[in-house]
Design a protein around this ligand. Structure first.
Ligand SMILES: Nc1nc2c(c(=O)[nH]1)N[C@H]1C(S)=C(S)[C@@H](COP(=O)(O)OP(=O)(O)OC[C@H]3O[C@@H](n4cnc5c(=O)[nH]c(N)nc54)[C@H](O)[C@@H]3O)O[C@H]1N2
Ligand SMILES: Nc1nc2c(c(=O)[nH]1)N[C@H]1C(S)=C(S)[C@@H](COP(=O)(O)OP(=O)(O)OC[C@H]3O[C@@H](n4cnc5c(=O)[nH]c(N)nc54)[C@H](O)[C@@H]3O)O[C@H]1N2
Ligand code: SF4
Ligand SMILES: [Mo]
Length: 683
């Protein structure tokens, strides 16, 4: 038996993980004692990783649709068929009718290859991934205010913060090892404020819990700024030197009096005042946020609202401070960094910049499209309308995880060609014309980038089962079948080197350096050869004049509020023991045992009003669909708000969710809509 050093394939914390190998099988995993983030710990999902990649639960051969069934076929047959159909579609309908969704669970190398396949082989910028419905508002919002949409600080900074503010994130459940570090920091004397309509585990431990009304984040942030300016608590010299737009913001927030903020948020003036006072006066305050900010139709403005607060108080550019989007998937930071977004190449080099396009056209020896690419949801709409003909989806399960599921399934069914690269036969894979089996993280070399921008090595511990290939190998093979040899790399290191050579923020990184340093945080180049743990220490280098911007914002209600027909506010959340669409956690017996089947969380007083006892069968309906499930009564939810997790195929909450979108990023409003709950007679 031997141990291979790798990184957990679930969440963006990126814990170090040793894979114990016996006879080409992962028989156990173990934590890595000296890992800079996880310090010898793993959460329950990490400990159960081996189940999620167990070959017996996997697809290990290419599958081709035949009527309602799949038949196994050879790689040669699958690739020949797919290439022929793509060639036909490209010739007849052009590049705008094909698109690629890449995988935030796969490596940087896989993601770089998939966006190169879209841009250099299909010649379209129709490339996107799940960040669209996750942290795309962070990428867009922080790009406007700071110039760079990633965590400004490192996770270890919780040890240096005097105050930790968690805004719209359930850290102990979803970034569990970071959640544990926050609890430890609190025990060591840090103060903790949690802004969340639900009483999360951290909210229960916090010095202040701010249970604002669902979706009232901008009003709350404006209200804090109102008090801070009124009391003169702003960081004046920092603002004078490093920030623009201040006068307008200061004038704008005079209208957000504590009384008005109370009407919009439900938070009393006293609580608001204490929050403002603690944040503005803290020597080092670290703000972390999550889906409670981004998954709204005003998601980008929500992010800007938090950025305003951080800048006005100068809580940035030092240890223990900053604005920190807790990126979700193990490699969603990486999938964005690699350019799996319609508007940017790797390292956020703009597709609209002629010089950038010329650089990639030269490097790849293929002219680059000047046409705007589509986001994932725009591709779905185009598919529904018959304007999108073929899609390649790598490891994402939109049939379960995108909003308004019924529409998504209809759209995917209308495609002439759907190719899914997967380990498991997910709801989306079941709709495919071809399912191509991929190697898991344990069966390939590569890199993942965790939420603090740390690029870390994963290593091949075992051979892939049967004929599984990595995503980058599949992209390369398909490219070759379509007459482009430019993706025919031999090793993942070659993919990484090509990417680093074309991407300034990664230009200093090599596999050797990553291994020697337990990962490096970008930007990593001549001026920062060992990476950058804290951004924006002296300047905001990506902003035109090196200055950050504050921007005045109006508040906005969720697009769909409760009414007589749908009287309850509905939100969605995660559970500690399951992950995403559940494909990798629901095959782990321990994880499955710990969580009851799909459920609707409801406050005791609502349950009483509806005459529902614990686990009573209910039907939940919205304007888009209905779901049958059971009630889980919990005082963690406020009265009038019900919530469902999104991991369960048998109780899919995305049949109910609203597709109302953020105008800037097209983020759908996954965190708020209106529903009706009725008791079902039979279970
Ligand atoms: N166990 C587990 N861990 C995961 C995942 C998983 O599926 N399972 N998924 C990973 C992924 S992809 C992601 S993106 C992250 C997400 O991690 P989080 O951002 O923590 O995600 P959520 O639990 O969806 O939502 C966070 C919180 O937002 C709150 N909220 C809802 N509306 C509002 C509001 O208007 N204002 C405020 N302030 N809060 C609000 C909810 O009550 C909830 O507690 O988790 C990652 N980690
Ligand atoms: N209602 C509601 N809906 C939501 C959310 C919510 O809070 N509420 N959250 C949203 C968010 S933040 C996100 S990120 C999405 C997540 O939605 P998805 O991305 O659809 O969820 P995952 O379960 O992570 O799906 C990833 C798939 O990738 C496969 N996979 C793993 N490794 C690899 C690999 O190396 N290569 C390939 N090709 N496949 C691989 C896994 O088997 C799995 O089936 O869901 C969104 N949907
Ligand atoms: S916290 Fe995230 S990265 Fe760490 S073990 Fe748990 S799921 Fe894996
Ligand atoms: Mo996410």
């Amino acid at each position: 038996m031997h141990t291979v050093s790798s990184i957990c394939p679930f969440c963006g914390v990126g814990c170090g993980m040793g894979l114990r190998v016996d006879n080409n099988r992962i028989v156990a995993v173990e934590p890595v004692p000296n890992h800079p983030v996880s310090q010898g710990k793993l959460c329950a999902k990490g400990w159960n990783t081996a189940f999620g990649v167990d070959p017996e639960q996997r697809i290990t051969q290419p599958l081709k649709r035949q009527g309602h069934n799949f038949v196994p076929v050879s790689w040669v047959e699958a690739l020949d068929d797919i290439a022929e159909q793509l060639r036909d579609i490209l010739a007849n309908d052009g590049s705008q009718t094909v698109g690629v969704i890449s995988c935030a669970r796969a490596t940087n190398e896989d993601n770089y290859a998939l966006q190169k396949f879209a841009r250099a082989v299909l010649q379209t910028h129709n490339i996107d991934h799940c960040a669209r419905i996750c942290h795309s508002p962070s990428v867009a919002g922080l790009a406007q205010t700071l110039g760079s949409g990633a965590m400004t600080n490192s996770m270890a900074d919780v040890d240096h913060a005097d105050l930790i503010v968690i805004w719209g994130a359930d850290v102990t459940e979803n970034h569990a090892i970071l959640g544990g570090r926050i609890i430890q920091a609190k025990l060591n004397g840090a103060k903790l404020i949690v802004v969340d309509p639900r009483s999360t585990r951290l909210a229960k431990l916090a010095d202040l819990h701010i249970p604002l009304h669902l979706g009232s984040n901008i009003a709350l942030a404006n209200g804090l700024l109102h008090i801070i300016f009124r009391e003169g608590w702003q960081a004046s010299s920092f603002l004078a030197e490093r920030v623009e737009g201040l006068d307008r913001l200061q004038a704008h927030v005079t209208a957000w009096t504590p009384e008005r903020v109370q009407r919009e948020t439900g938070i009393t003036p006293e609580l608001l005042y204490r929050f403002a006072q603690m944040y503005a006066h803290s020597p080092a305050a670290m703000l972390c946020y999550g889906m409670g900010i981004t998954q709204f139709a005003c998601g980008t403005n929500n992010v800007i609202a938090l950025s305003n607060l951080v800048l006005v108080c100068g809580q940035i550019g030092r240890a223990g401070t900053g604005i920190n989007p807790l990126r979700g998937q193990n490699n969603v930071q990486g999938a964005c960094d690699m350019g799996c977004l319609p508007n940017v190449y790797s390292g956020y080099q703009s597709v609209n910049d002629e010089e950038v396009r010329a650089k990639f056209a030269h490097a790849w020896q293929v002219p680059q499209s000047e046409q705007q690419g589509m986001t994932s949801l725009a591709m779905m709409h185009a598919a529904r309308d018959g304007a999108m003909r073929a899609m390649i989806i790598a490891g994402e399960d939109p049939a379960l995880t995108d909003p308004d599921q019924t529409e998504v399934v209809n759209a995917l069914k209308k495609l002439d060609l759907l190719v899914v690269l997967e380990m498991h036969l997910t709801a989306t894979a079941q709709l495919a014309d071809y399912v191509l089996p991929v190697a898991s993280f344990a069966e390939k070399d590569g890199t993942f980038t965790n939420c603090e921008r740390r690029v870390q090595r994963v290593r091949k511990a075992i051979e892939p089962p049967n004929s599984c290939l990595t995503d980058w190998q599949i992209a390369g093979e398909l490219a070759r079948h379509l007459g482009n040899d430019g993706l025919s790399w031999q090793t993942s290191e070659q993919v990484f080197s090509e990417m680093a050579a074309l991407t300034p923020i990664f230009s200093g990184m090599t596999y050797d350096l990553l291994s020697q340093n337990q990962g490096l945080q970008w930007p990593c180049h001549d001026l920062a050869p060992l990476g950058t743990p804290i951004l924006h220490q002296q300047t905001f280098p990506l902003q035109a004049n090196g200055k950050a911007r504050v921007i005045s914002l109006e508040s906005a209600e969720p697009a769909e509020m409760p009414d007589a027909e749908y009287p309850l506010a509905f939100t969605t959340q995660r559970l500690h023991f399951h992950y995403g669409c559940g494909s990798m956690t629901r095959c782990a017996p321990v994880l499955e045992r710990e969580t009851p089947l799909g459920l609707l969380l409801m406050n005791p007083s609502d349950a009483q009003q509806y005459g529902l006892s614990q686990h009573a069968p209910v039907r939940v309906s919205s304007r888009r669909g209905q779901v049958d499930t059971r009630v889980e009564i919990t005082a963690d939810l406020p009265v009038g708000v019900v919530s469902m997790p999104y991991h369960f195929n048998e109780a899919p909450c995305n049949r109910l969710t609203n597709t109302a979108q953020d105008p800037i990023t097209k983020m759908p409003e996954l965190k708020a809509c209106a529903v009706r709950v009725e008791r079902r007679v039979s279970p």
